[in-house]
Design a protein around this ligand. Structure first.
Ligand code: PEP
Ligand code: MN
Length: 457
């Protein structure tokens, strides 16, 4: 197996115990895994993946850990955003650039309005595997396996499309690689230069309130930059931004095949993305996902829903972050607008772990079905959970470390409300998500403006 990140002579090798540990998840009945019918076909796909270069490097993951540690101390704020489920078809230059632009715009609003450095992360370049509450889906009397994300099967409702196909593992890797390549080009090749802050608004709707508000903020940033330039300030820092790739580490065969040994330390890193998280459905303390992620050195996250107890959180921290390393562990709370004000302050007060970073996912506790059958969310519920999150931290004397959002740069109509007041009928106009509803560009900016106010108040 090609476990080493670099093969140069004299590099540190992993111990046998470390390598054995990386296989331990197999004995723990991993939940939410695909069922591949042809073992030889799967082995062939995994063998190919093991030969592929890493998508990210250990040093980058370590840098991100440092940034997340700053967020735990209130010295930075994390903004993670992107699709619920990326698709191979939507990994186009236009769609990726609009998503990156949207996150850069939100970050500019938060940095300028909230006077805080923003750690930028995309649910991108690897967010292809989805946990599902039902194994199968029935339409017009026909029952087929559920769609589990493009890395497993296709959304199309046919028997062939819904088959769990191991060849998709390689396609997910290839799509992640090309997405990450484009993100790296955008963020280091001049596009993310803060002096282009106006240009990030181009190509979006121009008439609406949030677009105009962004233009005004951009004009203020422009003026501030010109002032600093006139004073002789050095702009090297503004030319490029760091942008990290995050996804749910759900499909353990894929994550294992892309785990590599860091030649500096002999430690394993998941190289499928910088930040890996464990979902609400797979965070069992004795489960396979927690075991596997406890053994890689990336910064990791765990979703905590409304049923999460103090004991759950403490045991997860003990297992995933036994040394209490700042930045290593992020709890991503997703309580729901109704529950957050009641549950979160208690959880924060009883889980007394200052080195852990707390991030708010205001999406997954607020999913509803509209009367005309769309899986949707109300923008006001999303915002209400965000304000409940800030209030809970103020009450508990803890630090609100960031936001984790489902959003897209496109003008979709998947979440109700917001400035454009999308209603149930409006959802029909452009509902494109494969799994969960995403904020559109306009709603994303609106959220950033409101959060900037929470950050300064
Ligand atoms: C998700 O982030 O898309 C997701 C499935 O979230 P959760 O695990 O919190 O339900
Ligand atoms: Mn989702």
């Amino acid at each position: 197996m090609n476990d080493n990140m670099f093969t140069a002579a004299g590099t540190v090798k992993a111990s046998q115990e470390t390598l054995d540990g990386l296989e331990r998840w197999r004995e723990l009945n991993p939940l939410q895994q695909p069922t591949y019918l042809d073992a030889a076909e799967l082995e062939e796909a995994l063998a190919e993946l093991r030969q592929q270069p890493p998508l990210i490097f250990a040093g980058e993951a370590d840098v991100l850990t440092q940034h997340i540690a700053k967020a735990s101390r209130g010295e930075a704020f994390i903004l993670a955003g992107g699709d619920c489920a990326e698709t191979f078809a939507d990994a186009t230059a236009d769609q990726i650039s609009r998503r990156v632009q949207t996150i850069l715009q939100m970050a500019a609003i938060l940095t300028y309005g909230g006077s805080v450095p923003v750690v930028k992360m995309g649910r991108m370049a690897g967010q292809f595997a989805k946990p599902r509450s039902a194994e199968t889906e029935t339409r017009d009397g026909v029952t087929l396996p559920s769609y589990r994300g493009d890395i497993v099967n296709s959304h199309e409702f046919t028997e062939e499309a819904r088959r769990h196909d191991p060849r998709r593992l390689q396609e997910a890797y290839n799509t992640s690689a090309s997405t990450l390549n484009l993100i790296r080009a955008f963020t280091t090749g001049g596009f993310a230069d803060l002096r282009f802050v106006h240009q990030w608004n181009r190509g979006f709707l121009s008439a609406n309130e949030n677009y105009m508000r962004y233009e005004r903020t951009a004009a203020e940033i422009d003026r501030a930059l010109k002032f600093m330039e006139a004073c002789g300030a050095d702009f090297q820092n503004l030319r490029s931004v760091e942008f990290f790739a995050a996804h749910e580490a759900l499909l353990l065969e894929y994550e294992r095949a892309l785990t590599r040994i860091d030649s500096r330390t002999g430690e394993p890193y998941g190289t499928s993305g910088h930040f890996l998280w464990i979902g609400e459905r797979t965070r069992d303390i004795d489960g396979a996902h927690v075991d596997f992620l406890s053994r890689v050195k990336n910064p990791v996250g765990v979703k905590l829903g409304p049923t999460a107890t103090t004991d759950d959180a403490l045991r997860l921290a003990e297992k995933l972050d036994p040394h209490g390393t700042p930045g290593r562990l992020t709890f991503i709370t997703r309580m729901g607008a109704e529950t957050v004000r009641e549950r979160l302050p208690k959880l924060l007060a009883s889980v007394d772990l200052p080195h852990v970073t707390w991030v708010c996912d205001p999406m997954h506790g607020n999913t509803i079905t509209s009367s005309n059958g769309f899986k949707t969310r109300r923008f006001e519920d999303v915002m209400s959970e965000v304000s409940g999150f800030f209030d809970a931290h103020a009450e508990a004397g803890t630090i609100p470390g960031g936001l984790h959002m489902e959003l897209t740069g496109d003008d979709v109509t998947e979440v109700m409300g917001g400035g454009a007041e999308i209603d149930e009928e409006g959802l029909r106009r452009r509902y494109e998500t494969r799994v969960d509803p995403r904020l559109n560009h306009d709603q994303s900016l609106e959220m950033a403006f409101q959060v900037a106010e929470y950050l300064t108040s």
